[in-house]
Design a protein around this ligand. Structure first.
Ligand code: HEM
Ligand code: HEM
Length: 132
């Protein structure tokens, strides 16, 4: 199993743990809903579901295609950026529960952009791997 697959699967399990704890927090204390809903949704759906999909895809799709992954280093960068983007979004979403202001919106947008770039790098790498 490649380094990026192992990292993605491990990180996915850690995000799932954080995600369900946030869900439990909201279930017990509905006052936390405003600042935990988006973190909960994205820790679970991006952190767990998407990262596990990335990790499994990096392992299995090159094997289905009968050739190596197009770029291992791009995959590692994709993994790093996904973590920066997701953790950044979660921290800013929680901070927005306590403070407001345009500044936090810009920071949120920046981490959102980082996460978007990471998803696009995944698409490019898998696309090139599957290409004729
Ligand atoms: C122990 C496990 C979980 C608990 C206790 C939990 C609890 C909650 C709670 C309390 C809410 C807020 C509902 C409301 O609006 O009042 C919520 C929303 C949500 N949960 Fe979970 N959840 C769990 C696992 C998951 C998992 C595994 C996923 C995805 C893979 C998930 C996805 C979502 C999403 C997307 C929302 C937001 C829905 C919306 O936009 O209204 N949850 N969850
Ligand atoms: C580039 C990646 C992504 C960015 C920048 C992003 C950003 C956002 C933002 C800003 C919101 C509104 C949050 C709020 O203020 O309530 C949102 C909501 C939501 N997103 Fe994402 N998202 C991304 C990827 C995804 C993915 C991949 C999924 C599912 C697999 C997803 C599922 C959801 C859901 C279910 C909601 C509604 C739940 C809520 O109210 O928080 N997002 N997203």
């Amino acid at each position: 199993m490649s380094q990026v697959t192992l990292l993605s699967l491990r990180a996915g399990l850690i995000y799932l743990t954080a995600g369900i704890l946030a869900g439990l927090g909201m279930a017990f204390e509905p006052n936390w809903l405003p600042f935990l809903l988006a973190p909960h949704a994205h820790l679970n759906l991006v952190g767990f579901v998407s990262l596990v999909i990335f990790g499994v895809a990096y392992h299995i799709l090159p094997r289905f295609r009968g050739r190596p992954l197009w770029s291992d280093s791009l995959a590692l960068w994709q993994f790093r950026l996904a973590n920066v983007g997701l953790v950044g979004l979660v921290v800013v979403w929680i901070a927005k529960g306590f403070y407001s202001g345009k500044m936090l919106d810009h920071i949120l947008g920046t981490f959102g952009l980082v996460l978007t770039v990471s998803f696009i790098l995944f698409v490019v790498n898998i696309w090139k791997t599957l290409e004729e």
